[in-house]
Design a protein around this ligand. Structure first.
Ligand code: FAD
Ligand code: FES
Ligand code: FES
Length: 464
């Protein structure tokens, strides 16, 4: 049977031995533990009704979607649900009081999820600014109250002194919960990968978790990569930045934004805080979706991957990793270990764009990344990556050719916009027609020109 899954729940240690590790945390809380405060709305990470808070070893408290987190992933963690919030002498918690005082609840179904997002926000000590509040609430939907009073409650609880977090009890040795393997070193991970070619690798489960929640067909064998130190490294080298494949977005963000500032607003639109607490770059690349947000941007940034197996490690440019619709160059015994990005040189600029139906919580219809070397009024070098335009994210070679070596001018970018149709023959789907995608990509290139030519002069339209 294997080890029991051990974690801290609302300050109390818990050991679970008789439940499948592929059970969602939400199902376990509600059906096995009787904690019905955490709700199921969409069962796919979108509505936030299932939000609980992870209390991390470094003291951070981050919201997650319990509906797509698997029980095996929670081993060694500390989790707080709405039942674990208590005020002094049996009174409601101050966050709950603030919601009640602002009339921020009506039918109440979404409220525990909002309360937990608000709790994480208050504990983070962030300023009560509208942008920050909206960002903290982007992963929660309410269909009857209206958001104004909820935002008001959030402003009231910002920087509220919050009790210290529970301490997680991470395990140091590898564990196996039946068919859920959780290695603690790269060599163990690679041995497991070789021994179980049919197993799926699991990082944050913000893609794979949907098999257990929405589809109710959890994977048969999983290898959880999230505790392997080599896949959790962050390295700020002299000429490059390296990010372990299993580093969650929330942890990678400061390093990425320090070197590529345009990623700040771009990443704030990748899912929600709940998704960014768990989701990883390795998972975004591993899933090989043609509309994943990061591949086009990373291709423009000349990212390379380190792929590890027991045979050794090889490095491959990201643009060569995608070989077809959801097909990659990863061998059956390999894992993505890390992603390396060369830093921008002094004459280089980097921008990125995402068009989606909603600002938050929506994968892109078209996404683009651009890295340009500008010197003496000329476009010395250029890399452009697009997603949502083909069966996989890829470089726009004709667009690049139209720009490279040209004088930096509106005329050059008009030629680049015209070249989009030579690079791509996108498909029609419910996110956008082929004609829309071609027009949008061309317009993004025109906007790029104005952004560089007259910074501050253009409206930064983020969702069209
Ligand atoms: C509500 C919601 C909103 C979302 N919004 C966005 C969005 O705005 N933009 C976007 O791009 N995505 C979005 N996603 C998708 C998802 O969050 C991302 O793709 C995320 O980066 C996946 O990372 P993960 O660690 O959770 O991957 P997982 O679900 O753990 O794994 C995804 C895939 O990658 C493989 N994999 C994981 N790690 C490795 C590794 N080290 N080596 C090889 N293969 C590996 C897995 O086997 C699996 O096939 C959203 C998902 C949800 C549920
Ligand atoms: S139930 Fe909707 S996000 Fe989990
Ligand atoms: S209060 Fe009814 S859904 Fe939010």
């Amino acid at each position: 049977m294997g080890d029991s899954i051990q974690f801290v729940l609302n300050d109390q240690p818990v050991a679970v031995a008789d439940v499948s590790p592929m059970t969602t945390l939400l199902d376990w809380l509600r059906e096995h533990r009787g904690l019905k405060g955490t709700k199921e709305g969409c069962a796919e990470g979108d509505c936030g009704a299932c939000t609980v808070v992870l209390e991390l070893a470094d003291g951070r408290r981050e919201p997650i979607n319990a509906c797509i987190a698997l029980l095996g992933q929670i081993d060694g963690a500390a989790v707080r649900t709405v039942e674990g919030l208590r005020g002094p002498e049996g009174a409601p918690h101050p966050v709950q009081l603030a919601m009640a005082e602002a009339d921020a609840t009506q039918c109440g179904f979404c409220t525990p999820g909002f309360v937990m997002s608000a709790y994480a926000f208050a504990a983070g000590g962030e300023a009560p600014e509208l942008d920050t509040i909206h960002d903290a609430l982007a992963g929660n939907l309410c269909r009857c109250t209206g958001y104004r009073p909820i935002v008001q409650a959030m402003a009231a609880i910002a920087r509220l002194p919050i009790e210290p977090p529970a301490r997680p009890q991470p395990r140091s040795a590898s564990a196996s919960f039946g068919a859920f393997h959780a290695p603690r070193s790269l060599s163990e991970l690679l041995a497991l990968r070789e021994a179980h070619p049919d197993a799926l690798l699991l990082a944050g489960a913000t893609d794979l978790g949907l098999l257990a929640s929405r589809s109710r067909k959890p994977p048969a064998i999983l290898i959880h990569v999230a505790h392997v130190p080599e896949l959790r490294m962050l390295q700020d080298g002299s000429n490059s930045v390296t990010i372990g494949a299993a580093v969650p977005y929330a942890e990678a963000l400061p390093l990425l934004v320090a070197h590529f500032p345009a990623l700040k607003s771009y990443l704030s639109r990748l899912g929600s805080r709940q998704i960014r607490t768990m989701g990883t770059l390795g998972g975004n690349i591993g899933t090989a979706s043609p509309i994943g947000d990061m591949p086009p941007v990373l291709i423009a940034l000349e990212a390379s991957l380190s792929l590890a197996s027991r045979r050794g490690t090889r490095r491959i440019p990201l643009e060569e990793f995608f070989v077809g619709y959801r097909k990659t160059a990863l061998d059956a015994d390999e894992v993505i270990a890390s992603i390396t990005l060369p830093k921008l040189r002094p004459h280089e600029v980097f921008f990125c764009d995402k068009l989606s139906k909603r600002r938050d919580q929506d994968i892109s219809t078209v996404a683009a990344g651009y890295r340009l070397g500008l010197r003496d009024g000329k476009i010395e070098d250029v890399r452009v990556g697009f997603g949502g335009m083909a069966a996989m994210s890829k470089r726009a070679r004709q667009v690049e050719q139209a720009l490279k070596g040209e004088v930096f001018s509106a005329i050059a970018f008009e030629a680049a916009a015209a070249a989009v149709a030579e690079d791509f023959q996108p498909i029609d789907d419910w996110r956008g027609s082929a004609a829309y995608r071609l027009q949008a990509a061309a317009n993004l290139l025109r906007r790029l020109y104005w952004r560089i030519a007259e910074p501050g002069s253009t409206v930064e339209v983020e969702a069209l």
